[in-house]
Design a protein around this ligand. Structure first.
Ligand code: N01
Length: 535
């Protein structure tokens, strides 16, 4: 027994009380395990606790973006809108926490700073930023894929004399933009959702765009009682279809190439998807949008046409048209995004023509001029997929650092474990479908799989599970191989780590689809957790 690390004081430490951490706590408790959850925020909800910017909504429908583990919860909960707002989703997370009495095992306002594996004790020593320590047999990182917010790397961030906000750290009391000149940097999902709302309030809104987004009108609306009743009557079959689908949202799979239909038929199919207000419908129009440049170009040209229809000034419309293949950066779902550029108080600055130089005392300077502002909104995204994991000083066997080990890109087996880090599990880690899917479906699958693994270890009287180097090498090669057959690597996206200067460019999620991935995970478990060394 190590002198420094006592035997585990709890079975599991879970980091994060978002959708992953909440369900893990519930599931592990059901197995009789003791669990301590550390959460940096003052309440549950994770993503939906932090991202309170105006217009924040999920881009998956509420009746699909919800837990399936409790049929009672499914039946009781009343979703109001097709695409729920951030407050509505946060209300749901709070409801789940209360309904399953989860809060008593969650330590709020506490960030985990470090976790060190002690081989003699067979335990993780977990330290919080407040200096408290707890030892646990298992460490589960339920830290989310998009939780380490990122500011732009430009000089002068501290120089600005007005107020600044990052979309992912929005004040709980909201921000009143009335009469203010607002500069907003970033046109990913957070920018695209907040721009139309801020534009309605602000005196002037100047949007600084480095890369345009493809965005589809959400056509959000209140849910109709009959559609809620129909889904609730058929929830079990629907959930099964979600689990077997490609992205955790059942759609009729396409059967034809975009290049084998007439232009008129193709346009009609794109139009129907555009009208449906569903990203997955748009991306599932043809078999080859994700894999064939010429097929993808048909979608690109069609969406460019839509942007030119919606935006009055042809030069602004041209600046809003992306050049990378559709779907290779995460597309957005909006409410009135393109039309917002027809407002007289909204101005678009194309940073490709006039790059950002610095933030000044008075506003934002590009190579062309200084744009004066009262408020700067940073909608500049996240150190995605790895940032929250490498943000904790995780040390595995022999003191090896996860941060260092992943310097050339994350290496995992199934996106769940990493060689050299026994009893460390990740929920929706890099190398799993995660961000390419309906997150709740992928979260539930990982939580159930990890809980199953822990139950197996207990039943067999085993102490540790550790990914083998061979299984990891093979999985990483497989993840890369699948990505190579897609157009994803063609865009400078956060999927590739391209938004973080110095981050190694490697396609991080698994693009093989949630159905196939689940099957693989189930096979691994059925073979006694093949690819893990169990001791
Ligand atoms: O972040 P992003 P996000 N100078 O990385 C720009 C999910 N999400 O918070 O593309 C100038 O997408 C950057 O430019 P570029 C969803 O998965 C979902 O918007 O790197 N610009 C980009 O335009 C989403 O994909 C929902 O060239 C700079 C923007 O900032 C993910 O979260 C809602 C810059 C960042 O866009 C992240 O979305 C919100 C710089 N130095 C989020 N640095 C829904 O469910 C960055 N940018 C609807």
């Amino acid at each position: 027994m190590s002198a420094s690390v006592p035997p585990p004081t709890t079975d599991a430490v879970v980091v994060g009380a978002g959708f992953s951490g909440l369900y893990l706590l519930h599931r592990l408790r059901q197995q009789g395990r003791s669990v301590v959850v550390f959460e940096a925020g003052a309440d549950v909800g994770g993503t939906w606790y932090w991202n309170r910017y105006p217009g924040a909504r999920v881009d998956v429908e509420s009746l699909a973006y919800s837990y399936s583990f409790s049929p009672e919860l499914e039946q009781e909960y009343q979703w109001r809108e097709r695409y729920p707002t951030q407050p509505e989703i946060l209300r749901y997370a709070r409801h789940v926490a209360d309904r399953f009495d989860l809060r008593r095992d969650i330590v709020f306002r506490t960030r985990v700073a470090a976790a060190t594996w002690d081989d003699d004790a067979g335990a993780w020593l977990v330290r919080t930023e407040h200096g408290d320590a707890v030892t646990a047999r298992y460490l589960v990182m339920a830290t989310g894929c998009l939780s380490a917010a990122k500011l732009p790397e430009i000089p002068g961030l501290d120089a600005f004399q007005g107020a600044t906000y990052h979309t992912a750290h929005w004040p709980h009391e909201g921000v009143d933009f009335t009469g203010r000149r607002v500069a907003l940097i970033g046109t990913g999902s957070s920018g695209v959702q907040s721009i139309p709302v801020i534009a309605e309030q602000a005196a002037e809104l100047t949007v600084f765009q480095r890369t345009p987004a493809y965005s589809l009108p959400a056509r959000n609306r209140p849910l109709r009682p009959e559609e809620i009743a129909a889904r609730k009557a058929d929830y079990r079959a629907y959930r099964q279809a979600q689990r077997e689908s490609a992205a955790g949202i059942p759609v009729t799979p396409p059967t034809r190439s975009a290049l084998e239909v007439s232009a008129a038929e193709r346009d009609a199919i794109f139009e129907a998807a555009w009208e449906s207000g569903s990203l997955v419908n748009l991306l599932s129009t043809f078999t080859d949008l994700a894999t064939d440049q010429a097929a993808n170009d048909t979608a690109k040209r069609w969406i460019h046409g839509k942007i030119h229809e919606l935006v009055a000034d042809p030069r602004v419309a041209a600046d809003l048209c992306p050049e990378y293949p559709v779907g290779t950066k995460r597309p957005c779902l909006d409410t009135g995004y393109y039309e917002t550029y027809n407002r007289e108080n909204v101005h678009l600055v194309n940073l490709r023509r006039t790059p950002l130089v610095e933030i000044t005392e008075r506003g934002v300077r590009t190579t062309e001029r200084e744009h004066a502002a009262d408020v700067i909104v940073y909608a500049t995204g996240f150190d995605a997929m790895t940032g929250a994991l490498t943000g904790v000083d995780i040390r595995g066997r022999d003191g090896v650092s996860l941060r260092e080990t992943w310097r050339a890109g994350p290496r995992t087996y199934l996106g769940i474990g990493s060689a050299g880090f026994p009893n460390l599990f990740m929920i929706t880690g890099p190398g799993s479908p995660s961000v390419l899917s309906n997150m709740v479906v992928s979260i539930e699958q990982h939580v159930e799989w990890v809980a199953g693994m822990i139950a197996h270890l207990r039943e067999q009287g085993l102490r540790t599970a550790e990914v083998t180097a061979q299984a990891q090498d093979e999985w990483v090669a497989h993840v890369n191989e699948i990505a190579r057959h897609t157009l994803y690597p063609k865009a400078n996206s956060w999927y590739m780590g391209a938004n973080v200067p110095g981050k190694t460019r490697v396609f991080m999620p698994y693009a093989g689809g949630v159905g196939a991935y689940r099957k693989k995970c189930d096979e691994v478990a059925a073979r006694g957790y093949e690819g893990f060394a169990l001791t």
